[in-house]
Design a protein around this ligand. Structure first.
Ligand code: ARG
Length: 276
């Protein structure tokens, strides 16, 4: 507990800035913050407690989303900085539209109809699905079996929505946490029977903790495919540039290589590349 809470504290507290982009290109007039004609740095928010997608490695934010973002911003000719804000603050900020202090967010954010009412999204860049994580001996084969168990999720995620649908809106057995790391700790400590989160995160957690005997289960009947997008304040002028760059990068060999590096296998991008 001691060591873990320290790591978690560090992840939450450290504001890691990764300034990248090799050209100091101008982003003025396309929705990035600031005023005047000076060179703009696009400010991007993330919740870096979702390995292998985004997490803190000492004071650096690393992960597939981070590598993908870098490739996209290079392709778009934009310089940027990425900051670890946490999950709820990221939505609160970009929800302010033109008044938001960030220009975009990348954080394994699934494009949903509900979110599209408040935010704009890039075209999809990653196909995901929620997955069930339990201790090996729990033997949960599908999500409906979680109805009478205790489940932890990160609040305000698609996992929360799905589990509310199964367990009921007011279920006291569904525990919401501010970060997925806290949900995982709850399972580790025996406070819940399962965690529901995106497959890449669940699989990585099982692999990284072999002696804890965790098990991961897909339920493709109750959990539908989801697509991640880069989230933007509504009406952002950055969308055309970012979309064009995402379209190129998601179809590239570079994308396959970074996917393999962080997820361990090559992606099947057949469905992804059909999405707009
Ligand atoms: N894909 C899920 C959603 O959009 C979970 C994403 C959580 N991301 C994070 N960095 N904690 O709701």
């Amino acid at each position: 507990m001691g060591k873990r809470s320290w790591i978690l504290g560090a992840a939450v507290l450290v504001l890691a800035l990764t300034a990248c982009g090799d050209k100091g290109d101008e982003a003025s007039g396309d929705g990035s913050s600031g005023s005047g004609g000076e060179t703009k740095v696009v400010k991007i928010a993330t919740d870096a407690s979702y390995a292998p997608m985004e997490s803190m490695d000492k004071d650096k934010i690393v992960g597939l989303d981070v590598d993908f973002l870098d490739a996209v911003m290079k392709e778009a000719g934009l310089s940027y900085e990425l900051q670890n804000t946490g999950w709820d603050p990221l939505f609160a900020d970009l929800g302010k539209g033109e008044k938001s202090s960030f220009d975009a967010a990348i954080s394994s954010i699934s494009i949903t109809e509900d979110r599209q009412k408040t935010f704009d999204f890039s075209i999809p860049y990653f196909e995901s699905v929620n997955m069930i994580l339990t201790k090996e001996d729990a033997k949960v084969a599908d999500a409906l079996e979680l109805k009478d168990k205790k489940v932890a999720v990160q609040g305000a995620t698609t996992a929360e929505d799905l589990m509310k649908g199964i367990m009921g809106d007011s279920s006291t057995s569904l525990k919401r946490f501010d970060s997925n790391t806290l949900a995982l700790m709850e399972l580790d400590q025996g406070g819940v029977d399962a965690v529901v989160a995106d497959f890449a995160v669940v699989q990585a957690f099982v692999q990284n903790n072999p002696d804890m005997h965790y098990a991961a289960a897909y339920d493709k009947t109750n959990f539908a495919p989801e697509y991640y997008g880069i989230m933007l304040p509504k009406g952002s002028g950055l969308k055309p540039k970012i979309d064009a760059a995402v379209e190129k990068v998601r179809a590239s060999d570079e994308y396959k290589a970074m996917y393999k590096k962080w997820i361990g296998v090559e992606p099947d991008t057949t469905d992804l590349l059909k999405t707009k």
